[in-house]
Design a protein around this ligand. Structure first.
Ligand SMILES: Nc1nc2c(ncn2[C@@H]2O[C@H](COP(=O)(O)OP(=O)(O)OP(=O)(O)O)[C@@H](O)[C@H]2O)c(=O)[nH]1
Ligand SMILES: [Mg+2]
Length: 448
């Protein structure tokens, strides 16, 4: 679905992943590419401009959270801004409700009534449908046959020409039902009498849901169309149909942005079981070809859990500070965004408190990797009591790790500085209390 748009957006992400340098020029270029991709997919021009402006502003202004590279951060921003257009995820309640379907001619209203009827019926709810399309010949018969197939009763009157009359009578008949679904008339274009009819039906049925049914293939007209329906009945949700086709889909995005009504389902075929609940995040991840975007984006937090970080901090607080704790603390500083506040209160690793923001992540990670290799050549005793490590041991460790003895000494130097800082910190009761309070309250400065 939405092949064209998906492909061009995936190309944009690939360009970011492969670019030799990530700078303002790349951001500008990528922003232009996204604009082109969205415009080609019929997304409304104003929406395209505001979306790409926001992507550009955030990509240039925002610092990536700790543990996340600039590239990942820009990808995350693009993903988030696209998700934002689709609004918060929403699903229809599984309980008593009256649903009114609206939409232009042939968009899939009647079929979608059947799909929804089947969906709620399968969930064990009592469903009734009302055929209130008085314009299309045999509309009632179409709905009646659908109802028969899914085991749901259908009310209506093929001879009645007044939609409100049908709806008023049927609402009485369907009084005991959990879910009432009302099918309405479509037109080729929005006409004043259609709008008037919908408003009347709305007044009589007092539907809790007013669902705009829209073919995903609708192009630039989607926005104004959605707006007109919205003005008439205050659309609460959108169902996009024919997502199985070759739709460009951009019009649908525009429609959603215009009404601020979330998409609740998508139709993916002509059969009554061809309907799927809609989730904006999943949809955009799929569109961007990033089934694993979540794992990519959670990288910043992945290497050490919050509990582990707490453990290390508590150990250090209890006065234990060997090379192992130093390594763990350093690892946290390198990988943990959410615990930055906690870490910034705990000195060590030769970084003045509050300076952690300035750590160059890649640099730290490189250093961390080399420390790991050096520590692997140490005995457990040396790890516990680094002061045992004199020059002959330094040379042995360096040989074992395949590094210059200078690097081993640098590590020890680093350790001594950190130890001093920790000691000073432990002597400062006010700071300690503050840190303990942070740990106890779990207030670690929030997620990045
Ligand atoms: N491929 C595909 N076809 C669909 C989907 N939903 C509806 N259709 C087809 O679209 C055509 C029109 O569907 P209807 O449900 O009659 O549309 P409507 O909005 O009720 O049309 P009017 O009552 O004439 O305004 C039918 O041929 C349906 O089978 C879908 O999700 N995928
Ligand atoms: Mg119909």
């Amino acid at each position: 679905m939405l092949e064209g748009l998906g492909e061009s957006l995936r190309n944009v992400l690939n360009k970011i992943a492969k670019a030799s340098t990530v700078d303002a020029n790349l951001v500008k270029e990528v922003t232009r590419d996204i604009q082109r991709a969205l415009l080609q997919a019929d997304v409304n021009v104003n929406l395209v401009l505001s979306l790409t402006k926001e992507v550009e502003r955030r990509a240039l202004d925002e610092k990536p959270p700790a543990g996340m590279s600039m590239r990942e951060h820009i990808i995350k921003i693009i993903y988030e801004e696209l998700v934002k257009v689709l609004g918060a995820p929403r699903s229809l309640p599984l309980g008593r409700q009256t649903i009114m379907m609206v939409g232009l001619y042939g968009q899939g209203k009647t079929t979608t009534c059947g799909k929804l009827g089947r969906y709620f019926h399968k969930k064990g709810l009592k469903v009734g449908m009302i055929g209130a399309d008085v314009h299309r010949p045999a509309a009632y018969e179409q709905l009646r046959q659908i109802g028969e197939r899914i085991g749901v009763s259908v009310y209506g009157d093929p001879d009645e020409k007044q939609a409100i009359k049908i709806v008023g009578d049927s609402m009485v008949q369907l009084h005991g039902m959990d879910v009432i679904i009302i099918d309405t008339s479509g037109r080729h274009a929005l006409e004043a009498d259609l709008i008037e009819e919908l408003k009347q039906v709305e007044r009589v049925a007092k539907p809790t849901e007013r669902i705009l049914v829209m073919d995903a293939a609708v192009g630039q007209q989607a926005g104004p169309q959605a707006q007109a329906f919205h003005d008439a009945v205050n659309v609460t949700s959108v169902i996009l149909t024919k997502m199985d086709g070759t739709a460009k889909g951009g019009g649908a995005l525009s429609a959603v942005a215009r009404t601020q009504a979330p998409i609740v389902f998508i139709g993916t075929g002509e059969h009554l079981e061809d309907i799927e609940p809609f989730n904006p995040e999943r949809f955009i991840s799929r569109l961007l070809g990033m089934g694993d975007i979540q794992s990519l984006l959670e990288k910043a937090k992945e290497s050490m859990t919050e509990e582990q970080a707490m453990e290390t901090t508590k150990k250090i607080m209890s006065g234990r500070f060997t090379l192992k704790e130093m390594y763990e603390q350093m690892e946290m500083l390198t990988n943990m965004g959410p615990l930055k506040k906690l870490m910034s209160m705990l000195p060590g690793f030769g970084l003045p408190a509050g300076m952690q923001d300035k750590i160059n992540i890649e640099d730290s990670q490189r250093r961390l990797a080399s420390y790991r290799v050096i520590m692997d050549s140490m005995t457990d005793q040396e790890m516990e009591e680094p002061k045992l490590i004199k020059s002959s041991r330094v040379n042995r460790i360096a040989r074992g790790a395949g590094v210059d003895p200078k690097q081993v000494r640098e590590l020890l130097h680093q350790y001594n500085n950190s130890k001093k800082a920790v000691k000073g910190f432990m002597g400062n009761r006010k700071l300690r209390r503050q840190l303990m309070k942070s740990i106890e309250s779990g207030d670690l400065g929030g997620n990045p």
